[in-house]
Ligand binder design. Sequence first.
Ligand SMILES: Nc1ncnc2c1ncn2[C@@H]1O[C@H](COP(=O)(O)OP(=O)(O)OP(=O)(O)O)[C@@H](O)[C@H]1O
Length: 696
Amino acid sequence: MDYTVKEKDYELKEEVGHGASAVVYRAIYLPTKEVVAVKCLDLERCSGNLDDVRREAQTMSLIDHPNLIRAYCSFVVKQCLWVVMPYMAQGSCLHLMKIGYTDGFDEPIICSILKETLKALVYLHRHGHIHRDVKAGNILFDTTGSIKLGDFGVSAFLYGNGDRQRTRNTFVGTPCWMAPEVLQPGNGYDFKADIWSFGITALELAHGHAPFSKFPPMKVLLMTIQNAPPGLDYDRDKKFSKSFKEMVATCLVKDQTKRPTAEKLLKHSFFKNVKSPEITVKKLLTGLPPLWDRVRELQLKDAAALASKKMSSAEQMSQSEYKRGVSAWIFDIEDLKIQASLIQEDEVLSEMKEEYGGCMEPVPEPDPSLPKTEIGNLVLNEDDFSAMSDTEGLIEKNEVENERDEIDLPNTSSHIKNNVYELSRWRSSLTKISKKGPEISLSKSDLAKNPQIRSSSISSASIFSHSFRDGEKISSRFGGENQSGIDGYKHDIKKLTPSFSGPLMLPKRASENSLSAPTASVKSSGGYRDTLEEKSRVQIKGRFSVTSEDVDIVKGPLKNSSSNDTLINHKEVPADQFVKDIDGSRLPASLFVPYIQNLYQQTSFQLDLIKTIQNSLEPTKKSGGISAATSSMDSVDDVFVEPAVSERERLLLMKISELQARVSFLTEDLTATKIKYGQLQQQLASTNGQGETNRT
Ligand SMILES: Nc1ncnc2c1ncn2[C@@H]1O[C@H](COP(=O)(O)OP(=O)(O)OP(=O)(O)O)[C@@H](O)[C@H]1O
């Protein structure tokens, strides 16, 4: 059937979903009275990403597969692109989990959902597309229980411009579901990135949320890159079959070349003997309230949570975005890495503790197969872990590890996690003794980079075939009594929960509304340059603002000042010596000694530095002048000298003596020149005198 591209032929009804870039409405196609869904993409919020919009419309209209949502047509209405598509009356998998399956689904249900999704991926990949946003929020159900994968907002066509472009270098997607190669710039990625996201989606369906979903994106980014891949490895996962665990493990292999293709994965034993979703899923859907009521209820819940104390911190707000399942965006990978490097490791670990409870089950660890991170001075690296594991034998092998042939998963006991946590606290407190680092300054270049909207890419006739009515009128489409309620509600919700998630970056909103850019508290980075002024600077990166307001702790591996070697040597002290921590928790003495050594060396280094400065000031002090400020520095024990200040003072003093030397040199030079001048004058006078005499 052909659908017209006239706005007046569509009557928008209730909002049934919204993402970063779009609001989706139930709508009536008036010529046939058919119920459809209309996705309204706000083009003004898509600046810089119109290619994605074009791609989405293009991809959706070409699709012909029972497990993929195709677009019937698309056209422009004022600043919005309307995409008309089949209405999926039971909403997304995420909706369903949130209203009644917060701990995830049972395996047979998961299996049938995943199989349908995988069939969609097989089709997409065969036709050269990477979906790039596979997640529960994009798996939709209709009333019969049948399943379709939607949202091609970030899907990419592999074969651009006639060339077979195997990998892409753009960075779009949703961090929790993103493959490590997608998160690492320059690597490029291909359709195997969807297989990783598929594996993460499997975990999402099994647990009710994606792994790391409690953490802010920058942490997720780092954890995805550094940690061993997540899996069905916890005690709570014992209920799942071996083949399910294996299937997930084959998807979540860091080396993309070792991941199976969608086609191969479909042949996995896990997908054999699967019941159709019309049988498994349908019974979950019976008796549910209409989709729009569910969506509204969820939005109100989020809004209430946001307004409550629970969501007072910006970081929690960013986490809530994950929970809503609408987090996908473009961000500057390098800047995120910088931000990530500024996160305190103890924050991560304490959040992990919180996530996994008192009896911490094995949690994802840094992946020892990976090279040491170059990303700032972040967390304990794998050397720290392996050193501890080598000498202290604290790492326990997990049963699942044996089942995996491709994944090296260094599961650890809660014991080592606690030690690592305490160790990181020690490191933080010790590092405070060290010098302050430079103030964080992240550029706003990505905001500036956004080109004007309505780039040539969107001006194709197929998309701009229509243009009328403004944004406000969209809401006027809501009929009767629903009208004011929905409008008022929408207004409130949007004020409370501006969504800056989604694949499209929304710099304007992010900068306008503090809620939009949750403040990730970032600590000052390590390094030995001084910072005398702590200005409160806020820089916005994607959905994050980075503030140095609360910069107080300097991080970074503690270094030997002379050798630059990291002063951690876990192997020197017997591991069985334990001492009590301040909190009373037991820690191996081997963890303390290197830090005490380090503290000693740090202090010695500082004493040396103070003495050097004192010596350099001594002559000046004797001659008075500037040295007044340091005149009380007779003993390093008497006075605490801020090394950074002294360093500056020392430089100034050196400059002054240099200038004084130059002045005296110039004075001498001038005197010599004057003498020479006098002599020449005398010579001239005598020559003149001689000449006079000769003439007379
Ligand atoms: N055809 C449809 N029928 C019913 N509901 C839909 C339909 N398409 C989308 N939705 C709902 O609207 C929500 C947002 O849609 P969509 O994911 O396409 O927007 P987006 O801005 O691209 O979001 P994202 O943040 O995932 O990138 C979906 O999560 C889903 O719940």
